[in-house]
Design a protein around this ligand. Sequence first.
Ligand code: ARG
Length: 232
Amino acid sequence: KDGQKSGDKKVLNVGTEATFIPFEFMEKGEVTGFDVDLLNAVAEEAGYEVKIENTGWDAMLAGLQGGQIDIGMAGITMTDERKKTYDFSKPYFESIGMIAFKEGADIKSAEDIKGKKIGVQNGTTGQFNAEEVVGENSPDISKYESAALMFQALQSDNVDVVVTDKAVAEAYKKKYPDSNIQTITDDKAFAIEHYGIAFQKGSELKAEFDQALDTILDNGKYAEIYKKWFDG
Ligand code: ARG
């Protein structure tokens, strides 16, 4: 689907779920974060303009399939299942599943979530990881539409643990020090994941964005953005 022109650059519609700190979150009405800086840099390199909207997770994926959205940028793990429906860029970030809980809960490994009330973001790898441990139809799993709602459930003790992505668990822990959020120290509890930029199946954007990604990996731009959000 062709975007509108602005100046001489084609504008691409980007969907995201902007409660996934530090990758994407709202600040003063704008979507900001590592993914936003990275996508802006890659798009600029590829000669596009991007319009990033906080569509929410489900609408992002549906919009990608329906063609209303050109790009999904939301810390999206490239799973084999998703690869059947979307095309992905090269991996741009390595992640791993993480369990967060309130101080005092005795959680050391993935197995320890058995018998606990578990919060996940609906349709994410956190859900799939939790289901691997307690079963797909476990009544102990509560699914939330966003990462923020999932963490709110943890903060208000509606769930005992959440299963999410490591960097995001660490970011929430840091952002809400009074909530006493802890994370397990065993970060081999789940499999390693890789984030990719999602496109429609067959999109010609993939090749252009992969090339642009290579360029910013080579020229130090990626490192600069990484440093800003993760070592700063
Ligand atoms: N990496 C996980 C997945 O792809 C979670 C992504 C959630 N992203 C978000 N912006 N809330 O399933």
